[in-house]
Design a protein. Structure first.
Ligand code: NOJ
Length: 571
């Protein structure tokens, strides 16, 4: 059946256009990107040395994971001073030079904003636990004797969300590590201090923020017990809480709206309906990261178990987000970040079709409606690493959960839980960037803080630069295509085969000045060779890009090779 695509609403008005919608973002995890001073830890100068590489990808914005002063219990998501740079990463002068050099290359820089919690070493917490009246209510404290936590809420990293503090003789709430106490956003002074901090960074000339777990700020009155069977116990009382929109609207009104910036909120358990309240045209934020597509390979709700994933479920989720955001809400598109295992190892085939599946997954991400975020190394098709012993792990989340699994089930040792821990650990995203095939992958001259993936002898930037057909060069083509085709940015999304179990095919359509442009994307997500008939209508089909060597053919019926991706223009 032909599809009709010339509705007036396909047109994009000037008001709807925005630089951040037309951007591609590259995420840098500084600890693992490039070490300039030989201490085994990446740093700001190391990053500055590689800016030409990042610019060569054609991306527009860099998102930098936290570089603030921190004891690094959770690699910088535990901030002890919002206005200082962590010493091992460099100095404020290094950071200022970095910003300048990013801007000199016509790119922008966005910073991580982590304000649901601070580090236990933050001055506010130090004062708060001593009962200093100015700060005593900066965190969420509850009376108790150390035997019985105030409620049954759990930490995302495992165990109770409450820690008893001997000094104050009370419990404090920490939805993440015990070293990360939650700020009390109900306290107006906390909000004002955070808004001042945001303004301080914006005045330094940054171009926006990625906001860490930002829909967790508002906790339900009375902190009631949560459903003990839910995925994250207590979450119905602290996710999208009662004051959430009010807090963000105040942040927007007082600070954000005074600057030409982009904002993207990381929002656990976000649904499309909820998202519309945050990211519609007049919502406080520009975009949100949701997690629905990152849970397909859980076993049911269980993160620390691996299940089979289903392409039709991915289509349902993506379709919902592509078409369901109301009021011009805008999507953030991602597969990977510093918390997710490598996508080729999850939804591709890292052994038989690493190159093809990495390109296929990239094609998908860069041809959807929204702003794509490429995570460092994704453009090389980096894979999960082997985590042969517990000693190799660095991630507090993976270590806590490995220990929990070992305690709670009938396991004798790490080998019994290794498969799931090695698959799921956030460390997979944090192995050093693979620059070349030398001992430490060109990341450092010293012993790196975390193991280098042994496949760096094959998968690395130097090799990829020399290979016309590499994943890296394919990503460059994808970014370039997207930058040239507004239809890939703004066009309407239509799924052509919602029920097909291995092929994903969709069109992106946009009408401008009376002319309709349609792009067709056909993706074989698995290792077989399916033939599909597609309901498309066109006079001429031009193949714009493929991860196989193909020439133009008629896309109404195609036979696809393993993990094949094709992008056509239909006229
Ligand atoms: C989400 C961040 O992405 C993750 O790395 C961190 O551990 C938690 N928030 C807590 O800040």
């Amino acid at each position: 059946m032909p599809i009709q695509r010339t509705k007036p609403e396909d047109t994009v008005s000037d008001d709807e256009r925005a630089w951040w919608k037309e951007s591609v973002v590259y995420q840098v995890y500084p600890r693992s990107f490039n070490d300039s001073d030989g201490d085994g830890v990446g740093d700001l100068r190391g990053l500055a040395d590689r800016l030409d590489y990042i610019a060569s990808l054609g991306v527009d914005v860099i998102w930098l994971n936290p570089v603030y002063d921190s004891p690094q219990e959770d690699n910088g998501y535990d901030i002890s001073d919002y206005r200082a740079i962590y010493e091992e990463f460099g100095t404020m002068a290094d950071w200022e030079r970095l910003l300048e050099e990013v801007h000199d290359r016509d790119m922008r820089l966005i910073m991580d904003l982590v304000v649901n919690h601070t580090s236990r070493d933050h001055e506010w917490f130090v004062e708060s636990r001593q009962g200093n009246p100015e700060y005593e209510d900066y965190y969420i404290w509850r009376e108790g004797d150390g035997e019985d936590p105030p409620n049954n809420w759990e930490s995302f990293f495992g165990g109770s969300a409450w820690e008893y503090d001997e000094e104050r003789e009370a419990y404090y709430l920490h939805l993440y590590d015990t070293s990360q106490p939650d700020l009390d956003w109900a306290n107006e002074d906390v909000r004002q201090d955070v808004f001042d901090t945001i303004e301080w960074w914006l005045e330094k000339g940054i171009d926006g923020f990625r906001m860490d777990v930002i829909n967790l700020l508002s906790k339900a009155d009375g902190l009631p017990d949560g459903d003990p069977d839910s995925e994250w116990v207590g979450s119905e009382h602290f996710i999208d809480g009662p004051e959430m929109t009010a807090y963000l609207e105040a942040m927007d009104e007082q600070v954000l709206s005074n600057y030409d910036i982009m904002t993207v909120g990381e929002m656990p358990q976000l649904t499309v309906d909820e998202a519309s309240t945050y990211v519609s045209a007049d919502g406080p934020l520009d975009m949100a990261f949701h997690f629905q597509h990152t849970k397909l390979d859980y076993d049911g709700d269980e993160r620390w178990a691996v299940g089979d994933w289903d392409l039709t479920e991915l289509k349902e989720i993506v379709g919902r987000w592509q078409t369901g955001l109301e009021g011009e809400g805008w999507n953030a598109l991602y597969w990977e970040n510093h918390d997710q295992p490598r996508v080729v190892s999850r939804y591709g085939d890292p052994v038989n079709y690493r190159r093809e599946s990495a390109k296929l997954l990239g094609t998908f991400m860069l041809t959807l409606r929204g702003t794509p975020y490429i995570y460092q190394g994704q453009e090389l098709g980096m894979t999960n690493a082997p985590w042969e012993s517990m000693d190799d792990l660095r991630d507090v989340d993976a270590i806590n959960h490995a220990e929990e699994l070992l305690e709670s089930e009938d396991h004798e040792g790490y080998d019994d839980v290794r498969d799931v821990v090695a698959y799921r650990s956030r460390d997979n995203a944090r192995t050093p960037m693979q620059w070349d095939d030398s001992e430490h992958a060109g990341f450092t001259d010293a012993d790196p803080w975390i193991q280098v993936n042994p496949n760096h002898d094959e998968v690395n930037v130097e090799a990829a630069e020399a290979d016309e057909d590499s994943v890296l060069n394919y990503y460059r083509d994808l970014v370039d295509l997207r930058e040239r085709k507004d239809t890939l940015v703004y066009g309407e999304y239509d799924d052509l085969l919602p029920d097909h179990e291995s092929v994903y095919a969709y069109t992106r359509t946009m009408t401008e000045d009376g002319e309709t442009e349609q792009v067709l994307v056909v993706l074989n997500f698995f290792g077989d060779r399916p033939t599909v008939d597609l309901p498309v209508q066109y006079d001429e089909a031009t193949l714009l890009l493929s991860n196989y060597d193909r020439s133009d053919d008629a896309p109404e019926s195609v036979t696809l090779a393993p993990y094949e991706a094709r992008i056509y223009q239909l006229d």
